[in-house]
Every structure is written in structure tokens, then in C-alpha cells.
Design a protein around this ligand. Structure first.
Ligand code: FAD
Ligand code: NAP
Length: 452
């Protein structure tokens, strides 16, 4: 019988486990996660107001409840946790589905000023990621600059514009809910370094900005028109053409004088964050122009400062190296061939990757399905070699004997119950526990209280 460890319980890990049990009637799969909670970015990334997408957790749950799949949370693999070599002793094969946990850097002066944050940090805060220790992102901020024009940028801009009525039905913890509700940010600038036809957001997400209560979306037609593809979008693929149509509509609509403005800006490259009284006060951008050689831009030597007491750098995620696993720092992914991990260019028997750590940090939840399928096909092709080696019958017992204390499925269900109870006590629906202490207390059925 094949024993497989999947490291990471985000979409790629869960789809890997699902593919394995569907294709091999005997395989047993342990899905390990460093967190006591499953689902990766579906729980800790997808915006709380996107309840339909959040509900995908229900289908991931069905997979993790399969009789030959076991969830083992609170197990960090790598330095300070379970060494990768130990996993190789305990399982015939290990599939790493680690995601891409950190952010890309801009590499410009002032990037680390107080008030400048990565979108990753902001998302972790409002998603109640237990590693997030920030109390409030917004103190005193009137204007925010979101750098980047991908879907994460749209998420964080929208969350800044949401009011308490829209946020309190979500599972967001009380502290960010209170902070966002009390926040005074009325100007939100979302800024792309290239043109509207090169923006990475998708039309559905873009359009939603126009539905936010008491919020105007402001676009300057002259800035859009710097993009030749805006002037003549006929050659654009349909998704970009639809984005252009939405932006054109906003550019033609005079602002209604709403309480908040989301200003979509293009052809502005960030060059410096400027300080004011020891914190960020503005972002300096250089105007760029199409370089007429494809999708690139060139600097114009003209600059514009945009006032912002809060800066959210939303320029993409980045994979993190795991001790004991090869890593390509250029792409921040694990080198692989069809999901088989490569060490110095040669296949490393029994080691596989799927998801963002395999492909890089792009793609929606569904993109991880075919990605996991490819990896599982490689693994099952290798099966005769993999099962030649003896492994213990019960890796769980071996891990416990190593002194580790995994949170099992019952522990996770206890966390879910505690979150439902917390929500009821606050007169809300389910409310997430925001820190390690309360999660672990709940997993062990101890007393639960929300951190202040
Ligand atoms: C902010 C944000 C919002 C998004 N919103 C949407 C959306 O609305 N709709 C959509 O379709 N897509 C969305 N996406 C994209 C989607 O979330 C990703 O495609 C998907 O989560 C990638 O899956 P993954 O399994 O590779 O990584 P992840 O979901 O990140 O899962 C990785 C898992 O590995 C665990 N892990 C990492 N390191 C270790 C370790 N050393 N030991 C043990 N466990 C470890 C992590 O704790 C995590 O649970 C969003 C992405 C982001 C960043
Ligand atoms: N609702 C959803 O479906 C949803 C929600 C969130 C995330 N996601 C998915 O998750 C993935 C990650 O999203 P993401 O928004 O983090 O990444 P992304 O789509 O790659 O967008 C990154 C943005 O950052 C910009 N950027 C990169 N480096 C920059 C720099 N140095 N200076 C200025 N701008 C810079 C990019 O511009 P350039 O194009 O010029 O490089 C781009 O606009 C995507 O596939 C996304 O679709 C989906």
C-alpha cells in the first residue's frame, strides 16, 4: 500500500490528495500543514466578502474527510519542525504544496517606512492569519496608495472601501472589522506601472469596484488614452477588451460626490516612498509611456507625488525556500519536471511539487486542479519504484513519538465549533480565531476567548 505525505492543505494539496485517492484504490494520504487549520489561501487569502468563493472550503472539506485521507495540522515541515529527510523515511512519497507565502519587494527607497505594508501583511491581518501580529494598519490614514493592478490589489482596495454593514456578516475577526469600520481612508489610489490593457485584474473583480456603496470609481480618460490598445482595443484578447470597456465606462461617468473615491491610475512607476513626520506621507511615481516594442514601458523623466499615509504594495507573492528542498531563487519555485522534484537537474526519487511552489504565484483556485493532476500522474507512474522501500504503517504514531503534537481532524472541528460560538457571542456569524493561542486552545477544547 502506497503511503503519501502531502505538505500543505491549500487547494493544490487538497486536489493532490483527491487525485491520489481517486486513482489509486489503496493509497493512504496524510495532508500536513504548519497551521492547525486547513485550506491555505482559501481560508487565509480569499477576501472575506467573497462568500461564494470562500464556500469552496466545503468541497475541500469533503476531500479531507475521505476515509483514506488524514489532516495533520500544526506540523511545520523544514527547519525547526519535521525535517524533510524524516518525511522521506515515513512515507513512500512526499508532495510539497507549500504555496508562496511571502511578498515581492519593490526595491525602492522608503519601501520600509512605517505605514508602508505588503498586501500580504494586510490580507493576513483581515483574514486572521495567526502569524499576523499587527493591530491596526489605518491609524490616521486619509489616503491610501495600492501599488499594482492585479486581483489582490483589487481585493485590498475593496476591503479599504467596505463599511461595517458589509463586513460584519463575514468571518473577519473583531479587531480588523472595528479598525476598518472606524478608518478614515477616503481616497484610495490603485496604481499600475503599465497601461490598462496590461492590467492583471479580471473583469468580474474590476467591475465589483463600481458596486461599492458610497464609493466613486474615478478614471482619467487622458491617462487611459496613452495606451494604443485603449484607443483601438480590437486586437486585444476578450478579457482585456472587457476590462477596457469597464474602464471606458467609468471614465465617461462624472463622479457622484460619494464619501470615498477609488482612483485607478496607469503608466505610473513607483520610484520612492516619501516620509512625513517619520512615516510614509506620499509615493513618488515616474510617468511611463508605451515603448512601442510590445508590452513594455519607458520612463519619461516626469514625476508625480501621490499623497498616501497608507501604502499597500501589491506586486505579487513569492515562494519561500524550505530547508532540505532545492529552490530556484530566480523564479522562487522548486525546480521540477512534470511535478518531479529535480536536484541538480536530476529527478529526486519520491519527491514532488504542486501548486504555487511549482508554477509560481499566479492562477486562481481552479488552476491548481490540472497542476495537481499532472503531479499525481508522475507519482503514479513512479509507483513500482516507490513502494519497494518499507515505511512505517502509521506515520502519525511515529511523528508523535518524535515529540510532535499534530492537530487532527477532530481538533480542527473543535476550532470550527469555537469560531461558531465566538460569532454567536458577538451577535455575528462564524468569526475566526485570530491567534495561535486561541486556535490551539480550541483545538484542545480548552477555553476560548478572542484576543483583544
Ligand atoms: C490574497 C489572495 C486572494 C485570492 N483570492 C482568490 C479568489 O478569490 N479566487 C480564486 O480563484 N483564487 C484566489 N487566489 C488564488 C488562490 O488562492 C491560489 O491559486 C491558491 O491558494 C494556491 O494554492 P496552493 O495550494 O499552491 O497554496 P496555498 O493556498 O498558499 O496553500 C499552501 C499551504 O501550505 C502550508 N505550508 C506552507 N509551508 C509549509 C511548511 N513548511 N510546512 C507545512 N505546511 C506548510 C500553508 O500553511 C498553506 O496552508 C487568491 C490569492 C491570494 C494571494
Ligand atoms: N478573485 C480572484 O479570482 C483572485 C483574487 C486575488 C488573487 N487572485 C489570483 O492570485 C494571483 C496573484 O495575484 P496578484 O495580484 O498578487 O499578482 P499579479 O496578478 O501577478 O499582479 C501583480 C501586479 O503587480 C505589478 N507589479 C509587479 N512588480 C511591480 C513593480 N516593481 N512596480 C509596480 N508594479 C509591479 C504587476 O504589474 P506588471 O504587470 O507590470 O508586472 C501587476 O499589476 C493571480 O493569478 C490572481 O488572479 C485571484
Amino acid at each position: 500500500m502506497l503511503h503519501v505525505a502531502v505538505v500543505g492543505s491549500g487547494p493544490s494539496g487538497v486536489y493532490t490528495a483527491q487525485n491520489l485517492v481517486e486513482q489509486d484504490p489503496e493509497v493512504r494520504v496524510d495532508v500536513l500543514d504548519r497551521l492547525p487549520c486547513p485550506y491555505g489561501l482559501v481560508r487565509y487569502g480569499v477576501a472575506p466578502d467573497h462568500e461564494k468563493i470562500k464556500s469552496l472550503q466545503n468541497s475541500l472539506r469533503t476531500v479531507l474527510e475521505h476515509e483514506r485521507i488524514r489532516f495533520l495540522g500544526n506540523l511545520h515541515v523544514g527547519a525547526g519542525g519535521v525535517p524533510t529527510d524524516r518525511l522521506r523515511e515515513l512515507y513512500h512519497a512526499v508532495v510539497y504544496c507549500l504555496g508562496a507565502a511571502t511578498d515581492r519587494h519593490l526595491g525602492i527607497p522608503g519601501e520600509d517606512l512605517p505605514g508602508s505594508w505588503s498586501a500580504t501583511e494586510f490580507v493576513s491581518w483581515y483574514s486572521a492569519h495567526p502569524d499576523s501580529t499587527v493591530e491596526d494598519f489605518l491609524p490616521g490614514a486619509r489616503a491610501a496608495a495600492v501599488i499594482g493592478v492585479g486581483n489582490v490589489a483589487v481585493d485590498v482596495a475593496r476591503m479599504l472601501a467596505r463599511g461595517v454593514e458589509e463586513l460584519s456578516p463575514t468571518d473577519m475577526p473583531q479587531a480588523p472589522l472595528t479598525a476598518l469600520a472606524a478608518g478614515k481612508v477616503t481616497e484610495i489610489h490603485m496604481v499600475g506601472r503599465r497601461g490598462p490593457s496590461q492590467a492583471r485584474f479580471t473583469t468580474k473583480e474590476l467591475r465589483e469596484l463600481g458596486t461599492l456603496p458610497d464609493t466613486d470609481v474615478v478614471v482619467d480618460e487622458r491617462e487611459l488614452a496613452l495606451d494604443p490598445a485603449y484607443v483601438d482595443p480590437s486586437a486585444l484578447p476578450a478579457p482585456q477588451r472587457r476590462n477596457i470597456e469597464v474602464l471606458r465606462g467609468w471614465a465617461a461617468t462624472p463622479p457622484r460626490g460619494a464619501a470615498r473615491q477609488i482612483r485607478l491610475r496607469f503608466f505610473l512607476r513607483p520610484v520612492e516612498l516619501l516620509a512625513e513626520a517619520g512615516r510614509v506621507g506620499a509615493v513618488r511615481f515616474e510617468r511611463t509611456l508605451p515603448d512601442e516594442q510590445g508590452d513594455g514601458v519607458t520612463g519619461s523623466g516626469r514625476y508625480e507625488d501621490i499623497e498616501a499615509q497608507l501604502v499597500l504594495r501589491s506586486v505579487g507573492y513569492r515562494g519561500v525556500p524550505l530547508e532540505g528542498l532545492p529552490f530556484d531563487p530566480g523564479t522562487a519555485t522548486v525546480p521540477h519536471r512534470a511535478g518531479r522534484v529535480l536536484r541538480d537537474g536530476a529527478v529526486s526519487p519520491g519527491e514532488y511539487v504542486a501548486g504555487w511552489i511549482k508554477r509560481g504565484p499566479t492562477g486562481v483556485i481552479g488552476t491548481n486542479r490540472p497542476c495537481a493532476k499532472e503531479t499525481v500522474a508522475s507519482l503514479l507512474e513512479d509507483l513500482p519504484d516507490l513502494v519497494r522501500r518499507d515505511v512505517p504503517d502509521d506515520a502519525f504514531a511515529a511523528l508523535r513519538a518524535d515529540g510532535l503534537a499534530p492537530v487532527d481532524w477532530a481538533g480542527w472541528l473543535a476550532i470550527e465549533r469555537a469560531e461558531a460560538e465566538l460569532g454567536a457571542s458577538l451577535g455575528r456569524n462564524v468569526v475566526k480565531l485570530p491567534d495561535w493561542q486561541s486556535l490551539m486552545a480550541a483545538a484542545h477544547r480548552g477555553p476560548v476567548s478572542e484576543a483583544p
